[in-house]
Design a protein around this ligand. Structure first.
Ligand code: NAI
Length: 308
């Protein structure tokens, strides 16, 4: 098994670090355009092997795609992150160019790779990668819902003062501050609806905090987050390479599911060795359906900006 992570910035390096610690592949190639950065970070990470006891070898590369040859899974994190006050949507122009050229280069050397898109605005970048590459749709997955769901579970756990591990919950829809849909109605604590533990107004606040979860961190840190994004990306990679068939909300191409077509958006999918293997059709309430349709309108208008 060979995995490539493109972009050795905050999210890419953290993703690679999570992957090597879990020994998800024999080799992990970390690639970046900045001279020496991927090599340096890979060597730094490899020096933790003697301390932590893993055997996966990270290999750095400054834009030499030949080193990525034969990768089974590729994570694309290259591109600008947002700064305080910026929306993910404002990154579209520059990141579209980066994601397009990276996808082309990757497929030249790894035509069978499953691609996980992380760069923002993620739903549009996933759509672009699929449109430009023409590879089967099940091999292109966008990472957003996994992160947003982890934030949702964390805010629920904080509100209840319990372990996030006992909380189940999902965020679907677009990966944007106003487009994501935390499914509060379906969230549970040990199988019991969280609405039995949290008052309606507090639950609404949890949902609102989840939606601006990324912006809150960007304001505090000065740039966007990396620990949870890296862990969320590695979790999806693990479900692919170990064929775990976990259900994870990911941005995938819809063809009538959830009432949408020709758009990549976050819905629960089974993730296994073939990429996303099937979409789980949740029975949504009328309000949730309306929120999904509104979210789709926003994602669609962003996709239109690709051709503007
Ligand atoms: P960063 O600035 O730390 O790292 C980005 C790296 O990409 C830089 O090292 C840069 O040199 C590299 N890069 C730029 N163009 C490249 C190219 N053509 N080929 C190879 N490498 C290239 O940014 P960070 O924080 O790692 O974020 C990366 C992306 O991930 C951003 O677009 C950010 O908005 C997005 N993101 C997405 C999340 C999600 O849930 N989908 C969560 C967090 C970040």
């Amino acid at each position: 098994m060979k995995i490539t992570v493109v972009g050795a910035g905050a999210v890419g390096a953290t993703t690679a670090d999570n992957i090597i610690r879990r020994e998800l592949a024999e080799e992990v190639v970390l690639l970046d355009i900045k001279e020496g950065v991927a090599e340096g970070k890979s060597l730094d990470m490899y020096q933790t092997a003697a301390l932590l006891g893993f055997n996966t070898r990270p290999i750095g590369s400054t834009n030499d795609y030949e080193k990525t040859k034969g990768s089974d899974v590729v994570v694309i994190t290259s591109g600008l992150p947002r700064k305080p006050g910026m929306t993910r949507e404002e990154l579209i122009g520059i990141n579209a160019g980066i994601v397009k050229s990276v996808t082309e280069n990757i497929l030249k050397y790894s035509p069978k790779a499953i691609i996980l898109v992380v760069s923002n605005p993620m739903d549009t970048m996933t759509y672009l990668a699929l449109r430009e590459s023409g590879i089967p749709k099940k091999r292109i997955i966008g990472m957003g819902g996994a992160l947003d769901s982890a934030r949702f579970k964390t805010y629920l756990a904080l509100e209840m003062n319990v372990s996030p591990n006992d909380i189940h919950g999902m965020v679907i829809g677009g990966h944007g501050d106003t487009t994501m849909i935390p499914l509060t109605r379906l969230a549970t604590y040990n199988g019991i609806p969280v609405s039995r533990f949290i008052a309606a107004d507090k639950l609404e606040k949890v949902a609102a905090d989840t939606m601006v979860g990324g912006a809150t961190l960007t304001k505090l840190i000065g740039t966007s987050a990396w620990y949870a994004p890296g862990a969320a990306s590695a979790m999806i990679v693990e479900s692919i390479v170990r064929n775990q068939r976990r259900i994870v909300p990911c941005s995938v191409m819809l063809n009538g599911e959830y009432g949408q077509k020709d758009i990549c958006m976050g819905v629960p999918v089974v993730i296994g060795k073939g990429g996303w293997e099937k979409i789980i059709n949740l029975r949504l309430s009328d309000a949730e359906k309306a929120a999904f349709a509104k979210s789709a309108d926003a994602v669609r208008s962003m996709n239109a900006a690709l051709d503007a």
